[in-house]
Design a protein around this ligand. Structure first.
Ligand SMILES: Cc1cc2nc3c(=O)[nH]c(=O)nc-3n(C[C@H](O)[C@H](O)[C@H](O)COP(=O)(O)O)c2cc1C
Length: 266
């Protein structure tokens, strides 16, 4: 007989040992994959944002691979705007800055006065991003983030303007929870095309654009400031017009947009 005591596999202490060992291995595996996946998730989010900016600018082609998106995005110059001072700032990195996150934090945002809050957002981040699509050193398109409350959710997207800062070249949304087939039709390219060529400011430079109920009567004056509605989804559709007017107002992107376009067109 050997002097070693045989391990009793069924003993309580051995069961505990096995359970703790297995849990430890599992938690290490879960933690490691969470860290590794987080990096990939962030990279995918960054790529998705670039894709959506390109979609708004009309520069995205279906099926573009990640390298092609990165390549196309090289023509885009992101700049950061200080909404309070109406200046461009280099203090914030546009690559890592998250406007939606900043808007939720009282330290990095400001309350929007109720009478100005036509997009029902409650808070405005201190800084905003503008994406300039540059060609041969000149601004070709100006892409602005937009957001606002629809019927069920806050919609997040982009509006792209021609370099006059007034004519719409495109609009798209990358996040919302409106009803598919109703408010969700904001994602329908057929509806989005109604925006192309519309004018977002009046002659005095005040935001003037709305989504109507039904179709726009193009024989009536001012139809360049009106966009066809979405049948059965007037609330979401109207909200899109409201949010565009909000972000283009002088309290938000308006002043800086005008100075960029004046400079660019001198
Ligand atoms: C289940 C359900 C989901 C709806 N989802 C939306 C929506 O996402 N956006 C929207 O504007 N209206 C939605 N509506 C309809 C609104 O309640 C409202 O009737 C509509 O916006 C009015 O538009 P209309 O005047 O074009 O019919 C939904 C209604 C129901 C019953």
């Amino acid at each position: 007989m050997s002097g070693n005591k045989a391990i009793d596999k069924d003993s309580i202490s051995n069961v505990f040992r096995v359970v703790i060992g297995v849990s430890l291995v599992c938690s290490i595996m879960v933690a490691t994959s969470a860290v590794l996946l987080r990096e990939r998730q962030l990279a995918n989010q960054a790529l998705d944002l670039k894709k959506n900016v390109l979609v708004a600018a009309g520069k995205y082609k279906n099926g573009m691979q990640s390298e092609e998106i990165e390549d196309a995005f090289r023509l885009i110059k992101p700049i950061v705007v200080d909404f309070e001072k109406n200046t461009i700032t280099t203090e914030i990195d546009p690559v890592t800055y998250d406007m939606a996150k900043a808007a939720k934090d009282p330290d990095t945002s400001v309350a929007i006065p109720a009478n100005e809050d036509i997009a029902n957002l409650r808070r405005l981040p201190h800084y905003g991003i503008i994406y300039l699509y540059m060609l041969d050193g000149k601004i070709e398109k100006i892409i602005l983030p937009i957001s606002g409350l629809g019927l069920w959710s806050t919609l997040y997207g982009f509006i792209s303007l021609e370099n006059d800062g007034v004519t719409v070249s495109g609009i798209n949304f990358y996040e919302h929870s409106e009803t598919p087939g109703l408010g969700g039709e904001v994602d329908n390219t057929a509806w989005q095309k109604n925006w192309t060529g519309k004018k977002v400011y009046d002659a005095e430079g005040l935001p003037k654009i709305e989504v109507v109920k039904g179709s726009v009567d193009t024989s009536r004056s001012g139809s360049e400031h009106r966009v066809d509605g979405i049948s059965g989804a007037t609330i979401t559709a109207r909200a899109v017009g409201d949010m565009v007017r909000f972000w283009l107002s002088d309290a938000v992107y308006g002043k800086i947009l005008k100075s960029i376009t004046e400079e660019g067109n001198e």
